[in-house]
Design a protein around this ligand. Structure first.
Ligand code: G5P
Ligand code: MG
Length: 225
């Protein structure tokens, strides 16, 4: 009987706007991994007006973090449905409490940390447009949709996120500095973090690809210069 393929449990971290969603969408194209984004999940719950969504809405609109117990319950539940696959967690954990709860439940193989300067990030977020139903991300200059304001795949309208207003972005960056930096330190102390630094996702992506290729076989051969 052939040996079961190794499953990879990865986390992608980085400040708001550092390119977690952008890099994650490239990862799932090139590797057999499921992408679970806590932000996308929360926005879907808000759209569907679920109990989680009603709780999360006011926190997200202020740029605050949703309480740990809500997040831990939601993410642990979602992980049970993909336990047979390799997965990539984006946006979770965001606090040391969340990180400890995750490690009590799941073995984590690698933490990918995207390091992009804050001034680059603020410029990026101003130009972001998303397709809320799928989580597809665009940018007016970096990766514009074929037709302005319209999703390439469905033809549905694109939206700007409510929490992308300048003041809210500043609050999100501040929470990142105060609450999420310690999470990185927590994982660094365990020797789990791989760092990727750059101003552009196109320079970071080949390095991420190379690193993951040492752990998982890519779905197709892609050459990055
Ligand atoms: P989210 O949704 O997790 P954030 O704040 O962590 O939100 P965000 O904003 O989704 O992260 P990102 O995914 O890191 O950013 O970045 P992205 O969307 O890929 O890229 C940003 C923009 O830059 C896009 O338009 C992209 O096209 C463009 N871009 C990418 N690369 C380049 C480049 O090289 N050049 C240029 N010019 N542009 C580029 O969380 C949202 C909220 O949900 C709650 C919190 O309230 C949070 O604020 N939440 C949680 N609360 C508690 N605990 C948790 N675990 C929570 N998770 C979510
Ligand atoms: Mg994102």
């Amino acid at each position: 009987m052939p040996a079961a393929a190794k499953l990879l449990r990865a986390i992608i971290m980085g400040a708001p706007g550092s390119g977690k969603g952008t890099i994650s969408s490239r990862i799932v194209q090139d590797f057999a991994m499921k992408h679970l984004s806590s932000g996308d999940l929360l926005r879907k719950q808000i759209h569907d007006k679920t109990a989680y969504g009603l709780t999360a809405k006011m926190y997200i609109e202020r740029g605050d973090l949703v309480p740990d117990q809500v997040m831990v319950r939601m993410i642990m539940y979602e992980l049970t449905s993909i336990h047979n696959s390799s997965w990539l967690l984006d946006g979770f954990p965001r606090t040391v409490e969340q990180a400890k709860a995750l490690l009590r439940d799941q073995p984590i193989d690698i933490v990918l940390n995207l390091r992009v300067p804050f001034d680059v990030i603020i410029d990026r977020i101003k130009g972001r447009w998303t397709h809320p139903q799928s989580g597809r991300i665009y940018h007016t200059e970096f990766n514009p949709p074929k037709e302005p304001g319209v999703d390439d795949v469905t033809g549905e309208p694109l939206m700007q996120r409510d929490d992308d207003k300048e003041e809210t972005v500043k609050a999100r960056l501040e929470h990142y500095r105060r609450l999420t930096h310690p999470v990185l330190q927590f994982f660094r102390n365990k020797g789990m973090v791989e760092e990727f630094t750059g101003n552009y996702s196109n320079e970071i992506w080949p390095l991420v690809h190379q690193s993951l290729s040492t752990q998982l076989k890519p779905l197709q051969y892609t050459r990055y210069e």
